[in-house]
Design a protein around this ligand. Structure first.
Ligand code: GMT
Length: 375
């Protein structure tokens, strides 16, 4: 199959899922064409079945806002024709589903019928998409998709509650290549981060307000009062400066390591003992799944789809949003002794295996086949 994938190429869950899906499909000998404004961060182009087509938006001084959707839909029309694309898969509704629909209509004028699969990821529905400025266009482009998927049951319910949806939504959860992580990692670099007696607590995100970075530090502050520990913060974003300042005020700046954005998530998770995810909202929590796949237990909130991934009392614990004392108590419960920690690590890994790539990617392929069958 010739498959076109549209996604955000930045550090962020939806782009990571789209990229990993494309890589998996390419391994299965499908031709995968990524169409986006930059090479996706996790995309390695050293695969003959993977192609990248850059969308460029020419700068013109008349425009206060450069029209990306227009450039994307034109690029889609060109690429779909040039590479005989069979199916278009857009990740994140805004503006990808909208641009995809416009491309579909343009192609239909030329007698080409291309099915479009739209995958909803979370913020396109819960944070941005239901703003009155976007809502009519988002509702329209979801309804005009041939197939719509959401990454969790919770996100499906949010979508049905917030929008007038007229087509079925298939839940296809996010996935992880559990085998890849096992075999590719060879050397644990724990010693670089912490003393042998210290527990290593990790957080990975794009440091947006919704991630409640302040709660990560508050929880860690309480943990390190009870046992020797380090906090490794991975990622970057708007809350970074406030986080650094908070560490100074709480007197823990020597125990917190800010690594910035990293492509070495596997190495970092390898030496982590606990992952914190105190988000306000989270449609799925891909970072938590990545942690669990490395055998790292998760202390998180119970927001959105997180309870579908992190199982309370098994792979970690869930608390209400903002309940930092509860999250700290849960963390200490996991970290208190080696035997308990080991049990949680094993459970986390086992739960992650339920989301293995081999089980989830075929579900996308089945959806592609069924979309093609009705065209
Ligand atoms: O929340 C982020 O950090 C990025 C965001 C995105 O749109 O890329 O993530 C969303 O999609 C991920 C992949 O499906 C999910 O794992 C995240 O839970 C979801 N984020 C939110 O719902 C806030």
């Amino acid at each position: 199959m010739n498959i076109a994938i549209v996604c955000y190429p930045t550090f962020g869950g939806s782009g990571v899922v789209a990229t990993e899906l494309g890589i998996a499909l390419a391994k299965m000998k499908h031709q995968v064409h990524f169409i986006t404004y930059k090479q996706p961060v996790r995309l390695d182009l050293l695969n003959p079945n993977i192609h990248f087509h850059e969308v460029t938006v020419p700068e013109y001084p008349l425009f206060h806002y450069q029209p990306y959707e227009l450039a994307l839909s034109s690029k889609l029309v060109d690429s779909i024709k040039k590479y005989n694309i069979d199916i278009l898969h857009v990740h994140y509704a805004i503006p990808h589903a909208y641009a995809g629909y416009m491309a579909k209509k343009m192609l239909a004028e030329e007698g080409l019928d291309i099915p479009m699969v739209t995958t909803l990821h979370g913020t396109d529905i819960t944070l941005v998409g239901n703003h009155p400025f976007y809502k009519p266009a988002v509702t329209f482009s979801i309804n005009k998709s041939d197939i719509v998927t959401s990454v969790s049951q919770s996100l499906k319910e949010d979508t049905l509650r917030l929008f007038d949806i007229e087509i079925p939504i298939e839940v296809v959860p996010n996935f992880i290549d559990t085998q890849k992580k096992k075999t590719e990692f060879t050397e644990c670099q724990r010693d670089l981060m912490a003393l042998p007696e210290e527990r290593i607590v990790t957080h990975i995100s794009n440091f947006r307000v919704v991630k409640r970075i302040g709660d990560v530090i508050e929880v860690f502050y309480r943990i390190q009062k009870q046992l020797p520990a380090k906090l490794v913060m991975v990622g970057d974003g708007p809350e970074m400066d406030a986080a650094v300042q908070q560490c100074k005020v709480l007197g823990v700046k020597d125990k917190v390591i800010f690594l910035g954005n990293s492509n070495e998530i596997e190495k970092i998770l390898c030496f982590s003992d606990l992952f914190l995810l105190p988000s306000q909202r989270e449609s799925f929590g891909l970072a938590a799944l990545e942690a669990m796949s490395h055998g790292v237990p998760v202390v998180s909130t119970n927001a959105g789809g997180i309870p579908e991934v992190n199982i309370h009392g098994v792979s970690g614990y869930l608390s209400s949003v903002g309940a930092v004392n509860d999250m700290a108590a849960n963390s200490l419960q996991i970290l208190r002794d080696d035997r308990t920690l080991e049990q949680f690590k094993q459970n986390a890994r086992k739960e992650a295996e339920k989301f293995d790539i081999d089980q989830i990617v075929p579900r996308y392929l089945e959806l592609y086949e069924s979309a093609l069958a009705v065209i």
